[in-house]
Design a protein around this ligand. Structure first.
Ligand code: DGJ
Length: 537
């Protein structure tokens, strides 16, 4: 009896393992104009947060954070893995911190994006192991004009690249071995905010020789093949120097620091492409590279990391690093939408691995800009289940399937309206929606100084809206019935994908308690409304 029971348990376990082993690999898939990240075979909206740099250097240190993040309605956590702490001696790997992280993430139903802090982190080389840093004769560093060494591994060195590549390969092998069943790890960020700080290019002997040599054929061919779709920045640079099809870096890209930057971008891209390629051979997770973006006070490359995946360098990165799937901005500046738009050109999918915890921005990013990832930095510092971000994530978790379905279809819009600004007008189908802050009966000014919303059309007269601190009025574009109003309104929640109506709204709750025009009110607490409209005259 006991034996039969054991045999049955063993068979069940085997079945389970087989089922788990078949969980599809996370991957990117382009649908029309939008690229989704597929997790378990379905589009995944990364409502994320990035841990402080060294939080996960031991599992113990980060253990208390997981349940807090899950309570904030995050579904993805971005976790740093340092080369130094995973390869303390050449060829000896220690993945115990990572194993603990994955165990705790799983038990809190969170997915993980690994950030490989290998050769570079914020331009400098603080994360390579001590045995690499100390042996700078073997692992060459970048040098200034006087030949003085910088604390930055040279991207022109194959020795550096191969050492980093071996460690990264070991990491990907380990992830494959321990995570193929559950696919907790869904993506990797390779390095962090790379590029040369303090100068426009590496001036080591090797770098000087490469800079004086002809621009590699692969890059020249890429520029010619993609001539008609190059970014305006690339075109200006290349055409400004005569659109030559061969020559040295100075001949092809002119004598300014932009030529230095193109040179660095190419070499960072090649270096990282090789590492990404090696890692994908072990375990083909999608890979992103993040950018320290150009700041308003920056005057020249080197003030920001020269040659990183900044928006104006994307053609060099595309040419040099086809294995890197996403070039991503870290956005801390206030012109969030403008920067995000620069990183969405030429089909680059919008993933934002670092930003501020701003509820309005996450709504705008996923609803208007087709972002697939939003991830405030230092998320454990924001940890409160009733913070504006947590409440926004709660609503977006419920709406994620609808949002992902409507991205890139022209049936979804998002708005952010500042206090005191003119109302924002948006058209969907036959209706015009007018979003304003602090308007109408019993209206209050939002504490955050702005309101935000996502609007989705699901039928000719059927809509969903979610957001906070806005009043919405309607008009129709149909000449025979130019006025528009609310036919019905439901307030509710999605639970396990099913819409649960909590209240039917009219009267006071649709502005008609003290106003003669119907309107929808999104209060300070973000909420979801389903409504239908009708036109009249
Ligand atoms: C941007 C970096 O990418 C992060 O790792 C971190 O260093 C933050 N800056 C600090 O604000």
């Amino acid at each position: 009896m006991k034996t039969r029971f054991l045999a049955a348990v063993t068979a069940l376990c085997a079945l389970n393992v087989a089922a788990l082993a078949q969980a599809p690999m996370p991957r990117l898939e382009r649908r029309g104009s939008v690229t989704h990240l597929l997790v378990d075979g379905k589009p995944w909206l990364c409502l994320g947060g990035e841990l402080l740099n060294n939080a996960a250097s031991t599992a113990e240190n980060v253990r208390p954070v997981w349940p807090v993040l899950a309570n904030m309605h995050l579904n993805t956590v971005l976790v740093g893995v340092g080369w130094g702490w995973t390869e303390p001696e050449p060829g000896r790997y220690d993945f115990s911190a990572l194993d603990g992280v994955l165990r705790d993430a799983r038990s809190n139903h969170l997915r993980v994006v690994l950030l490989w802090f290998g050769s570079w982190k914020n331009g400098t080389s603080s994360y390579p192991p001590a045995w690499v840093k100390r042996n700078w004769q073997k692992y060459p560093i970048a040098r200034d004009r006087e030949g003085k060494g910088r604390e930055i591994l040279s991207p022109l060195s194959d020795v550096n690249r191969d050492a980093d590549g071996e460690a990264y390969t070991a990491l990907m092998r380990h992830v494959r071995e321990v995570d193929s069943g559950t696919r907790t790890v869904i993506m990797v960020q390779l390095e962090n905010e790379v590029g040369l700080l303090g100068d426009s290019r590496d001036r080591s002997k090797e770098a000087n020789a490469a800079f004086a040599a002809p621009v590699p054929r692969e890059l020249m061919d890429y520029l010619q093949r993609h001539k008609s779709t190059l970014l305006p920045e690339t075109r200006t640079l290349w055409e400004g120097a005569g659109a030559r099809t061969s020559g040295t870096w100075l001949e092809v890209f002119g004598s300014g620091p932009a030529a230095d930057e193109a040179f660095m971008a190419w070499h960072y891209a090649r270096y990282m492409n090789r590492i990404a390629e090696l890692g994908k051979k072990e375990y083909p997770l999608p890979v992103l590279a993040n950018a320290w973006i150009v700041q308003p006070q920056d005057k020249k490359p080197g003030d920001y990391p020269s040659g990183g995946p900044q928006a104006h360098n994307h053609d060099f990165w595309r040419a040099g690093a086809p294995q890197i799937d996403v070039l991503a901005p870290d956005i801390y500046l206030p012109n969030f939408a403008e920067i995000a738009t620069l990183y969405s050109r030429n089909g680059n999918p919008l993933f934002i691995p670092e930003t501020r915890a701003d509820a309005a921005n996450v709504f705008y990013a996923v609803g208007q800009l087709n972002a697939q990832m939003f991830s405030p930095f230092g998320i454990e510092r924001q940890a409160a289940s009733d913070s504006p971000l947590a409440r926004a994530y709660d609503v977006l978790t419920q709406l994620a399937p609808l949002i992902l379905d409507h991205q890139g279809t022209g049936t979804m819009k998002a708005v952010v309206v500042q206090s005191g600004a003119e109302p924002e007008k948006v058209q969907l189908g036959d209706y015009v929606f007018d979003f304003a802050v602090g308007r109408g009966w019993r209206a209050a000014q939002p504490a955050a100084g702005r309101g935000y919303a996502i609007l989705i059309q699901t039928g000719p007269d059927e809509f969903w809206v979610a957001g906070a601190d806005l009043s919405i009025r309607f008009a129709s574009t149909v000449p025979a019935a130019p006025m528009a109003s609310l036919a019905s309104v439901e307030e509710g929640r999605f639970e396990n994908g099913a819409w649960i109506v909590q209240r039917h709204l009219a009267g006071d709750d649709t502005g008609m308690g003290g106003d003669d025009r119907a309107s929808l009110r999104l209060t300070a607490d973000p909420r979801i409304l389903r409504f239908s409209l009708y036109g009249y005259r």
